[in-house]
Design a binder for this molecule. Structure first.
Ligand SMILES: NC(=O)C1=CN([C@@H]2O[C@H](COP(=O)(O)OP(=O)(O)OC[C@H]3O[C@@H](n4cnc5c(N)ncnc54)[C@H](O)[C@@H]3O)[C@@H](O)[C@H]2O)C=CC1
Ligand SMILES: O=C(O)[C@@H]1CCC=N1
Length: 264
């Protein structure tokens, strides 16, 4: 086995999906630990990977170890596995607030440490991941990490000080985007559109807008202005969004998410 996941819920299974689809590792090179036999059965059936109920088995059998449990369980899990870690291991944290220094300190030995902040669109190969590493991680190690993260979307290597911003702007933001889509669809339903169709219209508009921005590289303000005809319908909506503090609400939400990460 080459790569191991401790915990295999939403993020773990999304990451493994991309890794397998792009052939970065084979099924028999991936070991996953779960809390319950039921969880292990799901991982085997859904992903076909090797499973165990013992977190230490992951460390004994893989040199890249991804901590894919909720942040509250990090300390307990590291406590369990730390005596099996060696300088050859690369330990990968994906939780907000768990810094490289914190991970190194809890592992109680000099180790290669990586911090990633992926997001759930990884499930469909459209993830965005922020990555940073400690100074023991070599260029070759980083290439291996990028092969993994690029298998489920895009990756940017950033200085660690930006990881809370990454967490807010791409780790958490899918939740806010889904709220936006849901609200737009509700409004379309209120106008008489069937709900299923409303989700198609709203989601495709968000997908297309993001694609337009990424592919043209144009300023979002310019793209917004292209939609707003003088005395038209869109600018009326823009007026109402501004009056209701839309931009400020988004700003505050991301600020709150980033601040929360700093405290974790
Ligand atoms: N869900 C998201 O959008 C994102 C999550 N993350 C981070 O990814 C990590 C995992 O989050 P999710 O996958 O969403 O959580 P999840 O709850 O879906 O998955 C966690 C899995 O770990 C298992 N688990 C819990 N304690 C365990 C233990 N002691 N040993 C082995 N397995 C154990 C649980 O049974 C569960 O299957 C978290 O640290 C989270 O902050 C990062 C970016 C985005
Ligand atoms: O809120 C959470 O726990 C995770 C971190 C980034 C997105 N979701």
């Amino acid at each position: 086995m080459k790569i191991g996941f401790i915990g295999c819920g939403n993020m773990g299974s999304a990451m493994i999906g991309g890794i397998l689809k792009n052939g970065v590792f084979e099924k028999n090179e991936i070991i996953v630990s779960n809390l319950t036999e039921e969880g292990s059965r799901r991982s085997r059936e859904k992903l076909g990977v090797v499973t165990t109920l013992d977190n230490c088995e992951v460390v004994k059998n893989a040199n890249i170890v991804i901590l894919a449990v909720k942040p509250q369980f990090y300390e307990e899990v590291i406590g369990e596995i730390k005596s099996f870690l060696t300088p050859q291991h690369m330990i990968v944290g994906i939780a907000p607030g768990k810094t490289l220094a914190w991970l190194e300190e809890k592992c109680e030995q000099p180790l290669k440490v990586v911090r990633l902040m992926p997001n759930t669109p990884a499930q469909v190969g459209a993830g965005m991941t922020g990555a940073c590493v400690n100074d023991r991680v070599t260029e070759e190690d980083l290439d291996q990490i990028l092969a993994i993260t690029n298998s489920f979307g895009r990756t940017e290597v950033v200085p660690e000080r930006l990881m809370d911003a990454v967490s807010a702007v791409s780790g958490c933001s899918p939740a806010y985007v889904f709220m936006f889509i849901e609200a737009m669809a509700d409004a379309a339903v209120a106008q008489g559109m069937p709900r299923k169709q409303a989700y198609q219209f709203a989601a495709q508009a968000v997908l297309g807008s993001a694609k337009l921005l990424l592919e043209t590289g144009m300023h979002p303000g310019e793209l917004k202005d292209m939609v707003c005809s003088p005395a038209g319908t869109t600018i009326e909506g823009v007026r109402i969004l501004e009056k209701n503090g839309f931009r400020s609400a988004v700003f505050e939400a991301l600020q709150g998410a980033a601040d929360k990460g700093k405290k974790m």
